[in-house]
Ligand binder design. Sequence first.
Ligand code: ASP
Ligand code: MG
Length: 403
Amino acid sequence: MSLIVLKFGGTSVASRERLFNAASIVEKAWRAGNDVVAVVSAQGDTTDELLKKAAEISPSPSEREMDMLLATGEQISIALLCMALHSLGCPAVSLTGWQAGVLTDSHHAKARIRFVETRRLREELARRNVAVAAGFQGTDAQGNITTIGRGGSDTTAVALAAALGASRCVIYTDVDGVYTGDPRLVRGAQKLKEITYDEMLELASMGAQVLHNRSVELAKRNGVPVEVRSSFTDEPGTIVREETMERRTVSGVAQDADVAVISLTGTADVPGIAYKIFDRLAKEKINVDMIVQSAAENHCKHICFTVAQDQAAQALELIQNQRDVAYQSLNMDPDVSKISIVGAGMAGSAGVASEMFEALYKQGINIMFISTSEIKVSVVIKSQDAQRAVQAIHDHFFQAENQ
Ligand code: ASP
Ligand code: MG
């Protein structure tokens, strides 16, 4: 018998049938003798619909009122899930974020969880009730309702698991785990049994949005193992933890099309150029991802970097208007994609990057630039080559295992 946290995403509670399905998963865990905390998201598209409703009233609604509104979505789910549990003969109590003791800072719409006051949760568990807590919401020190960012219910679940010292945190969602590549795009993508927190963070930052990023950071900090699985099948999912038993050099291939490259040629070979450019961008909150600077030649250097596509035009304009940086040419290319391989085992093995480059070379795909970290190798290529590149790289690293 142990304390477990089970989280159900919006699709897993979207209809009467799915609510009962979620309820029966919870009920089974409870009947097996576990103390169970269930965390739920708003049903289906509820949060999007609430956003639309607000937009009908005001183009720029108050953030406080926005959080008040959005928090209602999860409240519907907790009440309905409890009703379903009751009809299965399982005692359950619904708790809003604040009733569950989720205390946050005051940044409406993107609040951070500061602390979980677990007294009420523990009381309910001690009475053998299932505690059904609303994800995504909390209160600040003044008692204002806050929300913690889109997709934030995952983070609520991990925060409760950490605060309660739960032995497991299971995230039930509409995908059945984490794959070696996006199964909708990559032939032969395989479900991973396990993945490390660091790998998961890298994959998520490249658009493989299975878990809310902050939930993974929080799980890592508190050593909470998180299982991602589907609520529609009985199959085990993928466990995210500090270290995996299985030793792989590469765990996954990811693709990010939301990239634009900005390149400056012929900047002066003097101190301060990079500082001036990137300080200007940072002050405007433009998030720069990869940066490459060439070695100086004829007293000139070239600097290229990537930004998200929706910030590219602004970044370009900032540099154009910058009086203290001279250059020969300035270009922006939005038709590029970043392709990355991620693997915790890469750190200790040679030649992984060159294998990736070989796979690209065999397809005749040109690499615009390369960056590496301990557990990741990324290349930027033209978007028209992206699909072919991902498949070739995936085949290279995973086909042998397939056969
Ligand atoms: N309901 C919120 C959203 O749609 C939070 C969540 O689902 O995790 O973003
Ligand atoms: Mg989600």
